[in-house]
Design a protein. Structure first.
Length: 405
């Protein structure tokens, strides 16, 4: 939501996003992913994805409602509240929830919630295990850990999907992708990656997932590897670039500002103005200058990969499909990309690109399921069962505050 803002800006963005989800559902898109971020002016005002996805559930019938991601350090989201919200959303949506989680990363968020960067991974790991138990145990037998402590309680409701919604984890490096595979979770590769990087990461992911290293943190394995890319589709390539490229570039600029090298004054810094001032120097232009750093140029080129004609997008998707990617997440509502252009692009893509991939998906999924059936069975057998017996645990009501008669 780039500046300048009006009093109606945030309401408009949310309503337009919901309209886009409704349209995507009618057109046959498989997933809508909603992020969770806090305090990131202009870059992301999506601080309550559970509310947004509940609204989307009421407006849709088939599209899966995916958290990408829920921030799991307990000072941001207590595991019991996460489990309760997930299960409720899963029930009201008819079992359409996917649960992506992560550690949080920007100093704006970590610092505000008092999260130590050195321990955020440990906090996430403990919390995700506890959430999975809360979604499945009747009752939850309690947990005393370093970051989460809670006595036995029956966490209700329980989700429609059994044993629980599919688990994903945010990944931005080969190390976190390897961890996703070891934990039996889908990999949300949220970095701007090239096809070559995606191939290498996907091969590593599936090699580890099929090995003895895979010990699921949840009660099921979700074997999926995804990548993200900015999106715009038009029959004329130049119009697609006109409509989509600035949004992709401003997203990248915001990422660099909040995650890498920005200096921010909350509520004051004008990110949109900074983008306009710095874009040529960085190379965020229609024709990036020669002599750019090769690594930066590869990142900028990857931002353009999902922007183009139906033919170009189909070719791009085939390349990621051949590289072993299971899902491409299109970033649509980014920068100042116009709502009507997003809707037109979704309709054109659904009409001219999606049918090819939908037609062969059933067969490819069947082949994948057969290939992974034995490794997944063996991975599930490695899960240590929770054997705590709390049958004699009793909660006694405290009546001392009431007057005695």
């Amino acid at each position: 939501m780039p500046r300048p803002w009006t009093e109606e800006s945030e309401e408009r963005v949310l309503r337009e996003a919901l309209e886009q989800v409704e349209l995507a559902d009618r057109l046959g898109f498989d997933y809508v992913w909603a992020t969770e971020h806090h305090f990131l002016d202009e870059y992301s005002h999506s601080s309550a994805p559970e509310v947004f996805l509940a609204a989307a559930a009421a407006r849709t019938e088939n599209i899966r409602l995916a958290h990408g991601i829920v921030t799991l350090p307990p000072s941001v989201n207590h595991p019991a509240r996460v489990a309760e919200r997930l299960a409720t959303l899963d029930l009201i949506s008819g079992g359409r929830v996917d649960f992506g989680s992560g550690q949080g990363s920007t100093q704006h968020e970590l610092g505000a919630f008092g999260i130590d960067r050195a321990t955020k991974r440990e906090q996430w790991r403990e919390a995700i295990e506890v959430v999975a138990r809360m979604l499945t145990e009747v009752p939850f037998t309690g947990h005393q850990g370093e970051w989460v402590s809670m006595p036995p309680r029956n966490v209700v409701p329980k989700p429609k999907q059994k044993p629980h919604p599919p688990l994903w984890v945010a990944c931005s490096s080969p190390e976190t992708i390897a961890a996703a595979a070891r934990y039996g979770m889908g990999a949300l590769s949220l970095a701007f990656v090239t096809v070559e990087e995606a191939r290498e990461w996907a091969e590593s992911y599936y090699r580890i997932l099929a090995s003895e290293e895979c010990v699921p943190l949840g009660k099921a394995v979700n074997p999926n590897f995804s990548v993200v890319t900015p999106f715009m589709c038009h029959s004329d390539e130049e119009i697609a670039l006109d409509r989509g490229l600035d949004g992709a570039y401003s997203l990248f600029y915001g990422f660099m500002h909040y995650y890498v090298n920005g200096q921010h004054r909350p509520g004051t810094t004008d990110l949109a103005a900074g983008f306009e001032q710095a874009r040529e120097m960085i190379g965020l232009t229609r024709n990036p200058p020669a002599g750019m750093d090769p690594t930066l140029k590869a990142r900028i080129d990857s931002l353009r990969r999902g922007i183009g004609t139906p033919e170009q997008l189909a070719e791009m998707i085939r390349s990621y499909e051949e590289a072993g990617v299971d899902q491409i997440i299109f970033q649509t509502q980014i920068g100042s990309t116009r709502h009507e252009h997003i809707c037109e692009a979704l309709e054109l893509f659904a009409a001219e690109v999606m049918p090819e991939f939908a037609e062969r998906r059933v067969e490819s999924e069947a082949v994948k399921s057969e290939r992974l059936a034995v490794p997944i069975k063996e991975a599930l057998e490695r899960i240590e069962p929770n054997t705590a017996d709390v049958s004699d645990y009793v909660i006694r009501t405290d009546m001392e505050s009431f007057p005695q008669s």
